[in-house]
Write a protein that binds this ligand. Structure first.
Ligand SMILES: NC(=O)c1ccc[n+]([C@@H]2O[C@H](COP(=O)([O-])OP(=O)(O)OC[C@H]3O[C@@H](n4cnc5c(N)ncnc54)[C@H](OP(=O)(O)O)[C@@H]3O)[C@@H](O)[C@H]2O)c1
Length: 239
């Protein structure tokens, strides 16, 4: 199997682990990065790195053109790029709120909409959205982030109903706390408080999220759509 796979925000953290998982399986992988230079590891894996800020529709269009020219239409899209701007509600500015929505929700809409063009033509496609346990569990100081991640569930489920007959699946992965730059920004106190709530008693490694994403894009998951799969060490049970 050598499909054209796109992972947004694939230059580091969970996205990089996902890119590696698909490349190791023999797929043609493109990643987008927003800032800096993509790590050398990506080149070694044979991944195509394309600069793209998903808050800019024109940049999304350009990225797809570049990827299509090299790998053909995107058959598997992993919408992974995301940000946090945590703040208690009273101190949360409107910009803190809208910028998180614009990246995590509207940015996902932009990349999914553009991918859909080729998937409709191919009469098949796999889309996996990276949400968070916080989407349905909530988190103090994370009203913007939780709202954006919960919204991905309604987005994916609507598209599952809209496009299921076209053989395109839409699934959501909801990671718990994963050891990446995003969580390294938390204080020791915050990290300890989170850990105390996690039945498995540890953070996830990015590879543990990548394994589930790859499963959802595989033939073994051909009858799964509109699902929300927690990979959270049990943190979100019942939510
Ligand atoms: N880490 C966790 O515990 C955790 C838990 C649940 C869910 N998640 C979700 O998993 C995803 C990846 O998280 P991570 O921990 O790997 O985060 P990370 O290390 O902070 O990486 C985030 C990635 O998203 C990219 N990105 C951010 N804004 C972008 C934009 N406007 N346009 C294009 N790319 C953009 C970043 O690009 P730059 O390198 O240019 O900044 C980076 O590649 C996110 O959606 C996050 O919400 C993470």
């Amino acid at each position: 199997m050598s499909r054209s796979v796109l992972v947004t925000g694939g230059n580091r953290g969970i996205g990089l682990a996902i890119a590696r998982a698909f490349a190791d399986a023999g797929d043609k992988v493109a990643i987008t990065y927003r800032s800096g230079e993509p790590p050398a590891a990506l080149e070694e894996l044979g991944c195509l790195a394309v600069r793209c800020d998903i808050t800019d529709t024109e940049q999304v269009e350009q990225a797809y053109k570049e990827i299509e020219a090299e790998h053909g239409p995107v058959e598997v899209l992993i919408a992974n790029a995301g940000i946090t701007k945590d703040q208690l509600l009273m101190r949360m500015s409107e910009e803190d709120f809208t910028s998180v929505i614009d990246t995590n929700l509207t940015g996902t809409f932009r990349v999914v909409k553009r991918a859909n063009r080729g998937m409709l033509r191919a009469k098949k496609g796999r889309v996996v959205l990276i949400s968070s346990v916080v989407g349905l569990y909530g988190g103090p100081g994370q009203a913007n982030y939780a709202a954006s991640k919960a919204a991905l569930v309604g987005f994916a489920r609507s598209l599952s109903r809209e496009l299921g007959s076209r053989n395109i699946t839409f699934n959501v992965v909801a990671p718990g706390f994963v050891d990446t730059a995003m969580t390294r920004a938390l204080s020791e106190e915050q990290r300890a408080a989170i850990m105390a709530q996690v039945p498995l008693g540890r953070y996830a490694q990015p590879e543990e999220i990548a394994a589930t994403v790859r499963f959802l894009a595989s033939d073994d998951a051909s009858y799964i759509t509109g699902a929300v799969i927690p990979v959270d060490g049990g943190l979100g049970m019942g939510h």
